[in-house]
Design a protein around this ligand. Structure first.
Ligand code: GAF
Length: 387
């Protein structure tokens, strides 16, 4: 994060509000290497942070006023009163930062207002967690300015509450924890039951590999219902099996569990995805820790097949990325994030990056799809103060 970015965001803040900000903070978007739709089943995930960040210049106020401005939205300063913030009262971008103020206050933290200017480079609607980046950057800024003393995982919990209750999207805890807790050069192995974490070194460049993100440009939204339906189906599965969460179904007992679900065909598919996906995360962690990085490729591809066939949240564009990448020599590929559009990741030898990228671009053109946006993802830093 260059000083130039912090300086530009601070300067715009000063123009808008007539005084310099007290500080500038950044929080990243993420890709998830493996562990999809496991976070609301108390399972395992393994995201890493992108270099793309939401940046916020912020100052405290003591008069109960919250002023919000975004460089990315063509609108002026929005002025709200912190005492009036109420769940699901706001359907605009401002629901993310103001939801965090609401969640902090509701948890008993005295936040008496703020002036905020935001600018983000995390692509929105691309499954790269632009919303969590917005939430976490505000939570961290207010945590610092109001000296709340909250740790990264606590900020993540508050941001998830903001998104679940204030915004109204029933998401899990992965994205907020990734934005708050990831470290450069590492993937974050997170147990979403107790938020215990392990930083796993993940330096593909040193091993002659690359991880590409392919944004299909197909927009997705979590509040549109399908995400919530999958979550409800998983909860039904756990209830039918008599466990707190699907995380509690051991992989070795999956067949017996599926048998007990009888003719609940849809629930059986959801359960099979979640239980096998938790096992895939553990396999990827073991492979990375034993230095066998190339061997994670087929596990990523298995994960995609499970999301496509069992969880049923892929789309033709995501499938085309994965099929084309694998056919043109990639080591592994899968959709990443919530699904129904958004992005795929492709693990490839460094020497094959151009050939794989070209193959995907040509396949999209031949299918008549909008050209995808392809970029390399380097595991980057989590949320931090940059000025
Ligand atoms: C979205 C959600 F926000 C996450 O909580 C997670 O469930 C993910 O979809 C799927 O793994 O990003």
């Amino acid at each position: 994060m260059s000083e130039a970015v912090a300086g530009a965001v601070a300067e715009r803040f000063t123009q808008l509000y007539g005084a310099e900000p007290e500080g500038v903070w950044a929080a990243p978007g993420r890709v998830n290497l493996i562990g999809e739709h496991t976070d609301y089943n108390d399972g395992f995930v393994m995201p890493f942070a992108l270099p793309h960040t939401a940046v916020a210049a912020v100052s405290r106020r003591e008069d109960g006023v919250l002023r919000l401005h975004s460089a990315d939205i063509d609108a002026g300063v929005v002025e709200l009163r912190v005492a009036d913030l109420a769940p699901e009262s706001d359907k605009n971008w401002t629901a993310y930062p103001s939801g965090v103020v609401w969640a902090l206050r509701e948890a008993g933290h005295e936040v008496t207002g703020a002036d905020i200017h935001l600018a983000s480079t995390v692509p929105s609607g691309a499954g790269l967690s632009s919303s969590a980046a917005l939430e976490v950057v505000i939570a961290l800024a207010l945590n610092d300015l109001y000296a709340l003393g909250l740790r990264g995982w606590q900020l993540a919990r508050l941001c998830q509450r903001a998104e679940n209750v204030y915004v109204g999207a029933p998401v899990g805890i992965m994205d907020q924890t990734a934005a708050a807790c990831c470290e450069a050069g590492h993937a974050l192995f997170l147990d979403t039951r107790d938020l215990s974490q392990r930083q796993i070194p993940f330096d593909l460049a040193a091993e002659g590999m690359r991880l590409l993100v392919v944004d299909t440009q197909v927009k997705h939204s979590h509040s549109e219902g399908e995400y919530g339906k999958r979550r409800a189906g998983c909860e039904k599965g756990a209830a039918l099996l008599g466990v707190d969460a699907l995380r509690d179904v051991p992989y070795a007992e999956l067949d017996a569990a599926l048998e007990r679900l009888g003719d609940e065909e849809e629930v059986r598919r959801l359960v099979r995805h979640v239980v096998t996906e938790d096992e895939r995360v553990e396999r990827v962690v073991a492979l990375l820790e034993s230095g066998d990085t190339r061997a994670i490729g087929p596990v990523l591809a298995e994960g995609h097949a499970s999301l496509r066939d069992d969880f049923r949240i892929s789309c033709p564009e995501l499938d085309l990325v994965v099929d084309t990448a694998l056919a043109s020599g990639a080591l592994g590929a899968r959709m990443t994030g919530g699904g129904f559009g958004g992005s795929a990741i492709v693990l490839t030898e460094a020497a094959d990056v151009d050939a794989v990228t070209k193959a995907v671009e040509e396949a999209f053109a031949a299918a008549g799809f909008t050209a995808p946006r392809v970029f390399e993802a380097v595991p980057s830093a989590g949320a931090r103060r940059i000025r």
